[in-house]
Design a protein around this ligand. Structure first.
Ligand SMILES: [Zn+2]
Length: 251
């Protein structure tokens, strides 16, 4: 069959000439897919709504030799709560770019799909703790991608790290004990409580994230740990992450 159907979240929707768009989709059935949507930028196009970034839509795709194309599509959920708010739309753009960067094409990844769908629902709610949900998303996505940092035992010698101050090294992949802190040039020290919150974010019910109370100083440390770690392992700084920094953190 040349035609196939998927439910997918639009990770990226790039405008091309002739009113076309190139879409990067994360589908429930087939993982990441690239497809062209012809003519969707025309004001009269009925497909227009369903191909916007972060839309959850149903697609009928035509398998092409080089690139698949959108035959039909229909929006399931537009997450309108996201779109009216610069804060949320900036975070959602980051989540989509991170998912795109951390997942390979044709890698069937229902887990990443459901994680992203859940998080988009949660951050579009009023009163959502968007920053903490983002940290939670990051650590879970890394876990799914097989890139999760080691948070219990020292990556150098394997002993449980139980001191009040914990070293963390992105390049060696997690926490280091005091004796191994010379193991890499990028070891930075954090209170153990910060690392404990990171562990909690991995296991805690996502829908109850707001119940975890995290002071601003610890949020900043969590951001620093995750952003350094992600940049190191993806070998780049994401454009949307830089945008968030400019928007909110000014460093
Ligand atoms: Zn050690």
């Amino acid at each position: 069959m040349k035609l196939y159907k998927v439910d997918a979240i639009v990770l990226r929707s790039r405008e091309m000439r002739d009113a076309d768009r190139i879409l990067t989709l994360l589908s429930r059935q087939k993982g990441k897919i690239k497809a062209v949507a012809h003519g969707v930028n025309k004001p009269s196009s009925r497909k227009r709504g369903a191909v916007q970034p972060f839309c959850y839509s149903s697609f009928l795709l035509y398998r092409g030799r080089e690139l698949d194309s959108v035959n039909q599509c229909e929006g399931i959920e537009a997450f309108s709560g996201l779109r009216a708010d610069l804060d949320r739309i900036s975070y959602a753009s980051y989540l989509a770019e991170l998912t795109d960067s951390a997942s390979m094409e044709d890698q069937i990844d229902g887990e990443a799909f459901f994680l992203l769908l859940t998080i988009l629902h949660l951050i579009s709610r009023d009163g959502a703790d968007v920053e903490l949900l983002t940290r939670s998303f990051e650590i879970r996505l890394l876990d799914i991608a097989g890139l999760r940092p080691h948070l219990d035992n020292c990556v150098g010698c394997g002993v449980p790290v139980e001191s009040e101050t914990v070293g963390f090294s992105s390049s060696t992949g997690g926490v280091v004990c005091g004796r191994c802190s010379g193991i890499a040039g990028d070891v930075k020290f954090f209170p153990r409580g910060t690392v404990e919150i990171l562990k909690l974010l991995l296991k805690w019910d996502l829908k109850k994230t707001e119940r975890i109370k995290v002071p601003p100083r610890v949020r900043q440390q969590l951001r620093q740990i995750m952003q350094n770690y992600i940049s190191y392992h993806l070998e780049k700084k994401l454009a949307t992450a830089l945008f968030l920094e400019k928007l909110y953190y000014h460093y």
